[in-house]
Design a protein around this ligand. Structure first.
Ligand code: PMP
Length: 401
C-alpha cells in the first residue's frame, strides 16, 4: 500500500485541460481554440524569423557560456524591457526610480511581485477584474494576498461595466492593490478607452490604490507596441508608484522559454534599490536565478535597431491576422443568418473573443463539432484560419439555433 494512496486526483487545469481533451480526440476536423497560442494560417506554431536569427547569432558567438545569471537576471534584458513598456523617454527610468528583475515569464513575474507585496506592503488585499485570467486568483492567494474582485464585464452589452468598475474601486479600502490588464483583457477582449483609463487613474490615485499591471500582450492587441503600453505609461507619467509584470510569450512567441520581467516604479532611486534588494530575497529561494537563453534572445532583438524593426513587422502581422479572423468569423455568422448580435467579435481586442456562448453550448460544440474551448465561451482567435472559420461558424450557428 502506497503512503500516497489517500491522494485524490486533481481536476485538469481549466485552460490547459482543454488541450489534453483535444489531443485525445481522433477526429480529423477537430479544432483547438482553448489555449492562447498563436498559430499560422496553416494552423502551425510560429517561431519568428527575428527570433531564429537571434538564436543563430547566439549559437555562433563562441564567447558565450552557460554560467548562472545574477539573481535578478540579465542586466541588459532588464533595462531593455523597462524601456519597452515605459517608453524610451520615460522620466522614471531616467531618474533611476525603476527596478526591473527578470522572472519566469508573466506568471513568474506576477508571483514574485505578489510575494514581495505580501511581505512588505501594508495592504494585503488585491482586487482583480471579474472575470479574469483563471491563474490570477491562484497566484495571488498562494502568494499570501487576499483576493477580491471588481466588476469589469457586462454580459448584457458584452462590453465594459464601467460604472460597476468605478463603484467597486471607489469602495475598495485605501491602499488596496488593483490588478489591471495593460491591454487585450483576457478572457473578455474588452479594454477601457483612453478616457476611461484616465478616470480609473484619477480614482485610483485619489484613494492611493496601488496599480499592478499585467502586460501579457504588448503589441499583440493593436499591432503597435507603444499604443498597447499607453495605460501603463499614463500611470507612470503622474509620478506615482506601480508594479508591472511583462511577458514575452505572445509578442515574441517565446512561450516555452519562460521569459518575462517584473518592474517596480518607485518614488525615488533609493527606494527602488531597496525594493530590488528585497526582490532578490523573494527570488533566491524560489528559483535561484532565471534562465539565460530566452532573455538573451530578447536582448539581442531589442538592442539592435534593425532586428527591433523586423520584430515589429512580424508582430504586426500576427496582430493583423487575428484581427482579420475576427472579421471573417463575423462575416460567416452574418452570412448564415445566425440569430443575435455578433458585433462584439469585431469590437473585442487581442487574442480572445468572449463569445457569450454558455457552457452547455460549448459542450455541444465540442461533442458535435470537435471544437475545443474553455467552458466560459472564450475562443482563441489565433487558433483560427480561413479554412476553419466556416466549421466554427457552422458550430456556433447550430449551438444557438
Ligand atoms: N497574464 C495573462 C492575462 C495571460 O493571458 C497570460 C498568458 N496566458 C499570462 C499572464 C502569463 O503567461 P506566461 O506566464 O506564459 O507569460
Amino acid at each position: 500500500e502506497s503512503v500516497f494512496s489517500h491522494v485524490v486526483r486533481a481536476p485538469e487545469d481549466p485552460i490547459l485541460g482543454v488541450t489534453v481533451a483535444y489531443n485525445k480526440d481522433p477526429s480529423p476536423v477537430k479544432l483547438n481554440l482553448g489555449v492562447g497560442a498563436y498559430r499560422t494560417e496553416e494552423g502551425k506554431p510560429l517561431v519568428l524569423n527575428v527570433v531564429r536569427k537571434a538564436e543563430q547569432m547566439l549559437v555562433n558567438d563562441r564567447s558565450r557560456v552557460k554560467e548562472y545569471l545574477p539573481i535578478v537576471g540579465l542586466a541588459e534584458f532588464n533595462k531593455l524591457s523597462a524601456k519597452l513598456i515605459f517608453g524610451a523617454d520615460s522620466p522614471a527610468i531616467r531618474e533611476n526610480r525603476v527596478t526591473t528583475v527578470q522572472c519566469l515569464s508573466g506568471t513568474g513575474s506576477l508571483r514574485v511581485g505578489a510575494e514581495f507585496l505580501a511581505r512588505h506592503y501594508h495592504q494585503r488585499t488585491i482586487y482583480i477584474p471579474q472575470p479574469t485570467w483563471g491563474n490570477h486568483p491562484k497566484i495571488f492567494t498562494l502568494s499570501g494576498l487576499s483576493v477580491k474582485t471588481y466588476r469589469y464585464y457586462d454580459p448584457a452589452t458584452r462590453g465594459l461595466n464601467f460604472r460597476g468598475l468605478l463603484e467597486d474601486l471607489g469602495s475598495a479600502p485605501s491602499g488596496a492593490i488593483v490588478l489591471l490588464h495593460a491591454c487585450a483583457h483576457n478572457p473578455t477582449g474588452v479594454d477601457p478607452t483612453l478616457q476611461q483609463w484616465e478616470q480609473i487613474r484619477r480614482l485610483m490615485r485619489s484613494k492611493a490604490l496601488l496599480p499592478f499591471f499585467d502586460s501579457a500582450y504588448q503589441g499583440f492587441a493593436s499591432g503597435n507596441l507603444d499604443a498597447d503600453a499607453q495605460s501603463v505609461r499614463m500611470f507612470v507619467a503622474d509620478g506615482g508608484e506601480c508594479f508591472v509584470a511583462q511577458s514575452y510569450a505572445k509578442n515574441m512567441g517565446l512561450y516555452g522559454e519562460r521569459v518575462g520581467a517584473l518592474s517596480v516604479v518607485c518614488k525615488t532611486a533609493d527606494v527602488a534599490s531597496r525594493v530590488e534588494s528585497q526582490l532578490k530575497l523573494v527570488i533566491r529561494p524560489m528559483f535561484s536565478n532565471p534562465p539565460i537563453h530566452g532573455a538573451s534572445i530578447v536582448a539581442t532583438v531589442l538592442k539592435d535597431r534593425n532586428m527591433y524593426n523586423e520584430w515589429t513587422i512580424e508582430l504586426k502581422a500576427m496582430a493583423d491576422r487575428i484581427i482579420s479572423m475576427r472579421q471573417q468569423l463575423f462575416d460567416a455568422l452574418r452570412a448564415r443568418g445566425t440569430p443575435g448580435d455578433w458585433s462584439h467579435i469585431i469590437k473585442q481586442i487581442g487574442m480572445f473573443t468572449f463569445t457569450g456562448l454558455n457552457s452547455e453550448q460549448v459542450a455541444f460544440m465540442t461533442r458535435e463539432y470537435h471544437i475545443y474551448m474553455t467552458s466560459d465561451g472564450r475562443i482563441s482567435m489565433a487558433g483560427l484560419s480561413s479554412k476553419t472559420v466556416p466549421h466554427l461558424a457552422d458550430a456556433i450557428h447550430a449551438a444557438v439555433t
